[in-house]
Design a binder for this molecule. Structure first.
Ligand SMILES: Cc1cc2nc3c(=O)[nH]c(=O)nc-3n(C[C@H](O)[C@H](O)[C@H](O)COP(=O)(O)OP(=O)(O)OC[C@H]3O[C@@H](n4cnc5c(N)ncnc54)[C@H](O)[C@@H]3O)c2cc1C
Length: 407
């Protein structure tokens, strides 16, 4: 049996491991358009500020791939899938046959149509190469330089923190009225903002980025208000888009991502599966690692034995990985039909602490924990399990009570 996997990200590698466990004799080929072994993308910040080399962030060394008999193909981009012929064609003109195919080609950083976005010094961060380019450019513009991060989401804030550690002076520009609009509420975001400002990171909310100016390289950012900010480097951190061109070229079903069913099988097709940032399940492209792992595990199992595993969606969870800041946001945090939910808040703004638990019929469906060491794990566990917290409602109003105390 020949399994072909398009993508050497977390989804591709997880599926390959799953298949190898179940089928010792399988031929497993992994293709990537990058030139490097699998690495975890969150590590890219360490490349920027800890100056790690590519070797230091590889998840597995070359021996691991050999031991598992995974055949790797670097620097090749899949351009077309012929579902009838069971074949994939790559940009070097080679066509490869498969028995089972996994599309795990992920996503790319979205570049909004901002004037001057093509100027030297304007970057996005998705790949190891991007991280090296940003690191080199940071050194080139020199310590103390003003830089801008467009987008105050998790990635934007982590990048701003990396820039600060690199002795640059970052300003985060966010269109929404507060930081982390998808992970926080207004109250929590206000506390987080103070923490970042105290760390030397400027924050501009309710701000539209109009243009990047400078003769050839960027040197300032023009905001919608007419204000200009000096910036010798800009990072666009404005979301990602699934790499759907391959599906478009191949007449395969896609919307925002590749449309998959409960088996991670591509709709209306035979022997093709999809997982990770490329997959759209019930209208949702998750864009984070835990669902990519869950999906790839289910896809891998079904590639070996169809119908052997089912997927029913993942709980959204985000942790801000900035030293000294403990922030976890899980599940439903800003419910739309407020009357169906109960929100229990507690805070100590001066200490940078904030917690919100969202309950439905007494059961945990979402929450935010900021500044409370060690609460991220129990919070995520409770929301994933839908734990009944109705007996703890009073205690949860006390910021000094820790979720760790709930068994
Ligand atoms: C800087 C950064 C930090 C992040 N931090 C977190 C975090 O802390 N927590 C979290 O949960 N998520 C985080 N994410 C998101 C997370 O990395 C993604 O959800 C995850 O990488 C998705 O994995 P994937 O395998 O689906 O896709 P990808 O990681 O995008 O991998 C896709 C692979 O396919 C290859 N490819 C693409 N097109 C083709 C083609 N046509 N032919 C062949 N190969 C192709 C790519 O080169 C790559 O090898 C972060 C992302 C970034 C960029």
């Amino acid at each position: 049996m020949r399994y072909v996997i398009l993508g050497l990200g977390v989804a591709g590698v997880t599926a390959a491991k799953t298949i190898r466990q179940l089928d010792k004799d399988a031929e497993i080929d992994l293709f990537t358009d990058e030139m490097v072994y699998y690495y975890a993308r969150p590590k890219l910040f360490d490349v920027i500020h800890k100056r790690l080399s590519s070797r230091e962030i590889y998840f597995y060394g070359p021996d691991w791939y050999i031991k598992n008999r995974f055949k790797l193909h670097f620097g090749v981009k899949a351009v077309k899938i012929d579902a009838k012929e069971h074949s994939v064609t790559f940009d070097d003109g080679i066509t490869v046959k498969y028995d089972k195919l996994l599309i795990a080609n992920g996503a790319h950083a979205f570049v909004p149509p901002i004037k001057g976005a093509d100027k030297q010094g304007v970057f996005t961060l998705r790949t190891l190469k991007d991280a090296f380019d940003i690191r080199d450019y940071s050194a080139y513009i020199g310590n103390g330089s003003p830089v801008a991060v467009v987008g105050g989401g998790v990635l934007g804030l982590e990048a701003a923190h990396s820039f600060r550690l690199n002795k640059l002076n970052p300003t985060v520009i966010e269109f929404a009225p507060y930081l982390l609009p998808r992970q926080l509420d207004k109250e929590g975001a206000g506390i987080l903002r103070k923490i970042f400002e105290n760390a030397g990171i400027q924050i501009k909310t309710s701000s539209k980025t109009e243009a990047f100016e400078g003769s050839s390289a960027v040197d300032k950012v023009l905001l919608g208000s007419g204000e200009t900010l000096p910036a010798k480097m800009v990072l666009l951190s404005t979301g990602v888009r699934s790499n759907i061109d391959l599906l478009k070229n191949s007449d395969l079903p896609f919307n925002r991502g590749a449309l998959v069913d409960d088996y991670l099988k591509l709709q209306d097709s035979e022997d093709i599966f999809a997982a990770g940032d490329i997959a759209e399940y019930k209208g949702r492209v998750y864009g984070i690692i835990p669902p990519a792992i869950e999906q790839a595990t289910v896809a891998g199992k079904n590639m070996v034995k169809e119908g052997s595993a089912e997927y029913h969606g993942s709980v959204m969870s985000n942790t801000l990985k900035v030293a000294g800041i403990d922030l976890t946001s899980v599940g439903i945090i800003n419910p739309e039909n407020k009357e169906e939910y109960e929100e229990i808040r507690s805070e100590a703004p001066a200490e940078g602490k904030y917690r919100k638990i969202v309950l439905k019929d007494g059961k945990a469906v979402g929450g935010i924990s900021l500044g409370m060491k060690g609460e991220g794990v129990p919070l995520t566990k409770f929301v994933k399990a839908g734990k009944d917290l109705s007996n703890f409602k009073e205690k949860l109003k006390d910021i000094n009570f820790s979720l760790k105390e709930i068994k």
